[in-house]
Design a protein around this ligand. Structure first.
Ligand code: HEM
Ligand SMILES: *[C@@H]1O[C@H](CO)[C@@H](O)[C@H](O)[C@H]1NC(C)=O
Length: 556
């Protein structure tokens, strides 16, 4: 009898604990004075994160609307819903779960204010856990530590580097295009994979001072390794949450681990060893180098030396060096690679925009037939349609679909349309980039359409391409964020994207292989379906880019 009583009490406690928490958070959230939605599962619930692709469809299929709350749950929902939830609840609303209160904003002014307050609205440890896999870094720190990481790691990414990024991007594209055209009429299904390799090579050359050819480099197995640099990083990126969970467990005998788990553990070990090797190689060279020309790797090694000499303000610990090296590898290639990949698929669907781009590229480069003669300073500022394509791609498929902040130990008061609202401590504050980027409030009735020319205006009356300008960026469009913590790689990414696109579309066209009897309309729809079938995996990615074959042909 007594045993039964204990079991029952425990069962009731287990069920009621989340309910009591939900109630507590609900009462707190009421005091904010904004609309509230409820999700019975917390946002960082590891089961939800790992199984979201199968769980969300399951919740959706429940009868009587029992699973309707699924639209609020998980950060992936910000991409899936775009502007719809804010259209329903207004520019700011709260979601209450058993684990947290989450405050969502798509008001342009309030969003920019939130991003300007780096001291009141910080990065939360709960959301950062995954990104700290190898050590804390510039993305995950707050306060003075953040300032130290930012001061040490960002100078190598300034304008001085742009010329180099331009050249490396062009050279990598030559290799990628050769591999694509050589597939002929069969087309390629590896666009996503190849753009990742290209962007990783550009990052490693631009940020770490190592150059590789497109077909070799990070994809090949280096001596003393059982997994290549690229593959190790790719596996970690696709399985970041399981990697972190596995890493936090006490050592597990390997016969219990599944094949996938062993692969994740190996990837983490191998990537750590690749990074250690790079750092040790750089340590030998660093004293002979001019600090004015530091790349990220040199800057990190100097910071490691400073730390060992007790200079705390300019130093980084070994874990912090590993943390930043990993973080820049991730932030510096995954984002740009996906933007290039989405742009290619969108152009394969809307082929007229390829001619629109080619018109500009031709007018900028005239008779400069070999890309080796293309000059960054001369060409980049003129390639406005190419940059407009980047903005439009980032608008619809932003790699960073939400920007997370946290109130921490104190409450924070914010003003929305002149009225004050006080957020309780430990509230997640989420800038809904995915909503801001698609809301008809900012973009009009065709906000969901891909229209890169929406960014271009004609000046001087006549329809001459040289008279075109990029329109001013509207308040509320910040794919690289704004304020003190905005992206230090913005220009890097722009130079890379524009160089790759200008090279690809100067003389070539891309189209999808059509199925027997398929109409142009049908193939376009098939492409858009593949593009829209995207999900949040650290950044936004297509689930099945390999479902379409893309053919690259030289333009007659
Ligand atoms: C299209 C490409 C890119 C996009 C859309 C993008 C977007 C962003 C966004 C939205 C943030 C703010 C995140 C937050 O506050 O939570 C950010 C931060 C950051 N990005 Fe990028 N990024 C891109 C490329 C790059 C590149 C090429 C690099 C490195 C070379 C880079 C390095 C970083 C770093 C280190 C931070 C953290 C800054 C801080 O917290 O102080 N990003 N990026
Ligand atoms: C074209 O090439 C010439 C040198 O061959 C160079 O001076 C010029 O800047 C190039 N134009 C562009 C737009 O890159």
């Amino acid at each position: 009898m007594a045993v039964l009583k204990i079991i029952l009490t425990l069962a009731i406690a287990l069920i009621s604990w989340p309910i009591l928490n939900l109630l507590k958070y609900y009462i707190e959230a009421r005091s904010v004075g904004l609309p509230i939605a409820i999700s019975p599962i917390g946002f960082t619930n590891p089961i939800l994160i790992i199984f979201q692709k199968s769980l969300i469809p399951f919740f959706k299929s429940l009868p009587f609307g029992l699973g309707d709350w699924n639209v609020y749950s998980g950060f992936g929902s910000i991409f899936a819903n775009r502007y719809r939830l804010h259209a329903k609840h207004g520019p700011a609303y709260l979601v209450v779960t058993p684990n947290e209160i989450v405050f969502f904003v798509d008001d342009a002014e309030l969003a920019e204010e939130i991003l300007s307050k780096r001291k009141d609205l910080i990065k939360s440890d709960a959301l950062n856990k995954a990104l700290n896999l190898f050590g804390t870094n510039v993305v995950t720190n707050n306060g003075d530590d953040w300032a130290r990481h930012r001061r040490i790691t960002t100078p190598p990414f300034n304008e001085r580097n742009s010329n180099n990024i331009w050249k490396v991007s062009l050279a990598q594209t030559t290799g990628m295009l050769q591999s694509w055209t050589s597939e002929g009429k069969n087309g390629v299904t590896k666009t996503a994979k190849d753009t990742m390799t290209l962007a990783l090579h550009v990052l490693i050359a631009g940020g770490l001072g190592k150059s590789y050819s497109f077909s070799g480099g990070v994809a090949t197995l280096a001596e003393g390794h059982t997994m290549s640099y690229r593959d190790a990083l790719k596996i970690i990126l696709l399985k970041l949450t399981p990697a972190v969970i596995l890493g936090s467990l006490p050592p597990i005998p390997s016969f219990i681990l599944t094949k996938k788990m062993k692969e994740i553990n190996l990837a983490v070990r191998e990537f750590r060893s690749h990074m250690n090797q790079m750092i040790e190689e750089e340590r030998v060279r660093v004293d002979k180098l001019d600090s004015e020309k530091d790349n990220l790797l040199t800057a990190l090694v100097r910071a490691s030396n400073a730390a060992s000499q007790g200079k705390e303000r300019s130093g980084l610990s070994h874990d912090e060096i590993m943390g930043n090296l990993f973080m820049y590898n991730v932030a510096g290639h995954d984002t740009t690679a996906n933007t290039i990949c989405y742009a290619i698929y969108l152009l394969a669907a809307e082929t007229d925009y390829q001619d629109w781009l080619r018109e500009e590229i031709g007018s900028v480069f005239q008779g400069n037939d070999t890309v080796e003669t293309w000059e960054y300073e001369k060409a980049f500022p003129k390639l406005k349609r190419c940059l407009a394509l980047m903005y439009e791609t980032l608008r619809l498929y932003p790699p960073v679909v939400f920007i997370p902040r946290y109130t921490g130990t104190r409450s924070v008061t914010l003003k929305l349309k002149g009225k004050e609202h006080t957020l309780p401590p430990k509230t997640d504050v989420i800038v809904s980039v995915g909503s801001l980027n698609t809301t008809p409030k900012l973009w009009g009735t065709d906000s969901m359409s891909f229209r890169p020319d929406r960014w271009i205006s004609q000046t001087g009356g006549s329809k001459i391409i040289e008279h075109e300008e990029l329109k001013p960026i509207p308040t509320g469009f910040f794919p690289w964020s704004v304020g003190p913590r905005s992206c230090p790689g913005k220009k890097f990414a722009q130079v890379e994207f524009v160089a790759v696109i200008a090279h690809l579309f100067r003389k070539h066209r891309v189209k999808a292989v059509m199925e027997p009897g398929e109409t142009m309309e049908a193939v376009k729809k098939r492409l858009f379906d593949v593009i829209e079938d995207s999900a949040l995996e650290v950044t936004i990615k297509m689930n099945h880019p390999e479902k379409v074959q893309l053919v690259w042909e030289e333009q007659a």
